[in-house]
Ligand binder design. Structure first.
Ligand SMILES: Nc1ncnc2c1ncn2[C@@H]1O[C@H](COP(=O)(O)OP(=O)(O)OP(=O)(O)O)[C@@H](O)[C@H]1O
Length: 594
């Protein structure tokens, strides 16, 4: 047996006081600790299903570590969750982050040779596989957390891990979720080996006292609470036979309703430390809500949780405030895995932004959709973790009951160009044939879809057309394209500009294209900086003002040097742009955004 979680680990020093173990001792997962370890040791694939907040993400990796099953890799679907859970586990083990417990997201990596539990996003793991092949999966245990979240990256990781398991007997795979479709995973792994099957462990909430209570209200009760009528809102949004036909946009009256509800909670909840988490679909909606709340800044401290917000800044939302009521406006980045202490109220707009490939216009498009029941359940699970919770769903109960159980896997609705190119660039033969690999996915995409992506990459000269029985080989251009830390479209744009000797402008535009939301449009509460930026660029060209939001943006600071370095390395002669070009580029970029 290894160390007990309460004893300080081999880590040198601790940054902050560890959590009192009593915080975790009563978690439902603790009662099953021995059984979980036993089942994982007995079976190569184990699926753990348990209510949100029962302790899966934070405790299961530690159970394995204590049994000396290490190193352990844990994937989380989102960067924010990777950092938040890694921090939390490091703190629970009284260890400095980056020592025994580490993480890797995008270009931020806190891992050392002594790290025994590492948290990563699925995207980072795929990148590693492109370079090292399936050797990147050389761990004693791999935990794929929140497996119900079906991003393209998560699905590809699942395929690769399965291929690895077919050749490797030692690896233990643990799948975890509160809302996974058990039968599907059982079926997916049924061909693993003779007599082998996925062991399913359900964590029952037998110890009811351990979990805090959660109460759910729907639009009818919310309007009753506020002394208004739900008729108009219900008619506008929640009517019709099928949610897919009902408009999921957010008109001003929904923002008004959320505002009134926040005020109502504030006036009726004497405990100022109890925070409110609001789920909205887009950055624009966060902004609208933020502007409504801004005049009440003496009562509320508003935090924004959105993919474009710096992770360190986002983590500030974790702090418990004694002076103001904390209101967190979030998109689905805060939907799963994270515990934001003292969130007692969740207001769920029940809407989400979905990206899909528009085959007619040959581009990615977005639409607002209603969440699935599984997503709504995850949102609900953000409260009732450190105190009792109240959830307000802004749709009628009958409408909610008609929502889909699960959202459509991204692999079936997004273009696979970038992933197909990445696969073709991989050294390992086990993963470098996209036609073969993608057919092994949990939900294999239509072969025509893959063929389309391959043809497009051939047309762009990123891939060479293969001999009849050969495979698609990446060209130099294709490898370069695949190596950029940018979206596919932005990478193409950078290289197109480079062809014309306008590399710097291309990089700037590429980064701006990817920065979501456009950082120089309207940063929250820092509108004056936009003006100063406009003036500064017009006056001084590329001399960056250090206090500017745009230059502070992590996208700019982190990505630009990496991209620049890679391009210099690959094609030293491409950087022909002189200073005049650079200034022209800046002005043309600005012209696009004003
Ligand atoms: N930062 C934190 N501060 C205080 N308590 C925390 C913190 N993180 C986790 N906890 C406690 O640990 C519990 C378990 O959290 P954990 O993330 O392991 O649950 P989970 O089962 O993985 O949930 P989910 O399915 O939502 O990811 C929480 O319900 C909460 O009580």
């Amino acid at each position: 047996m290894g160390e007990s979680p309460s004893s300080p680990t081999s880590c040198s020093s601790s940054r902050s006081a560890p959590f009192p173990q009593s915080n975790f001792a009563s978690l439902p997962v603790m009662a099953l600790k021995d059984k979980i370890v036993e089942k994982i040791l007995e079976n190569r694939v184990t699926l753990i299903v348990g209510e949100t907040g029962c302790g899966k993400s934070s405790q299961v990796p530690q159970f394995l570590l204590e049994e000396n099953i290490k190193p352990i890799l844990c994937t989380q679907p989102r960067r924010f969750a990777v950092v938040a859970v890694a921090k939390m586990v490091a703190k629970a083990r009284n260890c400095e982050l980056g020592a025994q417990v580490g993480y890797h997201i995008g270009h931020s990596k806190l891992i050392s040779a002594s790290s025994e539990i590492v948290f990563k996003t699925a995207g980072v793991l795929l990148d590693e596989m492109r370079d090292k092949g399936l050797n990147a999966l050389n761990y004693k245990a791999i935990i794929l957390d929140e497996v119900h979240e079906r991003s393209v990256e998560s699905d590809l990781v699942l395929v690769c891990v399965k291929q690895f398991l077919l050749k490797n007997n030692d690896l233990r795979l643990v799948l975890m979720s509160a809302t996974a479709d058990i039968a599907r995973y059982r079926d997916y792994f049924k061909d693993l080996g003779r007599g082998e099957r996925v062991e399913v462990l359900a964590i029952a909430n037998t110890n009811q006292q351990a979990l805090f209570q959660r109460r759910v209200s729907y639009l009818e009760q919310v309007t009753e609470l506020l002394g208004t009528s739900s008729d108009l809102l219900a008619q506008t949004y929640c009517s019709g036979p099928n949610p897919s036909m009902a408009a999921a946009d957010i008109k001003p009256e929904v923002h008004r309703l959320i505002f009134d509800l926040i005020l109502h909670i504030h006036e009726n909840e004497p405990d100022i430390e109890k925070g409110i988490l609001v789920f909205l679909p887009t950055y624009h909606d966060l902004e609208q809500q933020w502007h409504r709340l801004n005049p009440l800044s003496s009562s509320f401290k508003v935090h924004i949780l959105h993919g474009s917000i710096d992770t360190q800044q986002a983590l500030l939302a974790m702090k418990i405030l004694k002076s103001h009521r904390k209101v967190i406006l979030a998109t689905n980045i805060a939907e799963s895995s994270v515990t934001i202490p003292k969130v007692a109220y969740v207001i769920d707009s029940c809407r989400s932004l979905q990206v899909f490939w528009d085959a007619t216009r040959k581009k990615d498009s977005t639409e607002l959709v209603w969440v699935s029941k599984s997503q709504a359940n995850q949102r609900k699970g953000r409260t009732g973790r450190t105190c009792d919770g109240q959830i307000y769903r802004l749709v009628t109960k009958s409408f909610f009951n008609k929502l889909e159980d699960h959202e459509r896997p991204a692999i079936l609705r997004l273009s696979l160009r970038q992933q197909v190119l990445l696969m073709c660039c991989a050294e390992s033969r086990a993963i470098n044939d996209p036609k073969v690999l993608l057919q092994k996915a949990l939900d294999p995409p239509d072969p025509e879809f893959i063929e389309d992506a391959l043809n497009l990459l051939v047309c762009m000269k990123a891939l060479d057309r293969p001999s009849p029985r050969g495979r698609y080989e990446p060209t130099f251009y294709g490898r370069l394209l695949a190596s950029f830390p940018l979206s596919f479209d932005a990478s193409v744009l950078v290289l197109k500009f480079a062809d014309f000797g306008l590399l710097q402008q291309g990089i700037l535009l590429g980064i701006l294209m990817d920065a979501q939301p456009q950082p120089i449009l309207r940063p929250f509460g820092e509108e004056h900086l936009v003006l100063s930026y406009k003036l500064h660029v017009l006056a001084c060209g590329n001399n960056s003002p250090s206090d500017n939001f745009f230059y502070q943006s992590s996208v700019y600071r982190v990505r630009l040097p990496i991209l620049w370095w890679r391009l210099r390395l690959y094609c030293p002669n491409w950087s022909k742009g002189d200073d005049t070009n650079w200034k022209l580029g800046c002005i043309s970029v600005l012209a696009t955004y004003f």
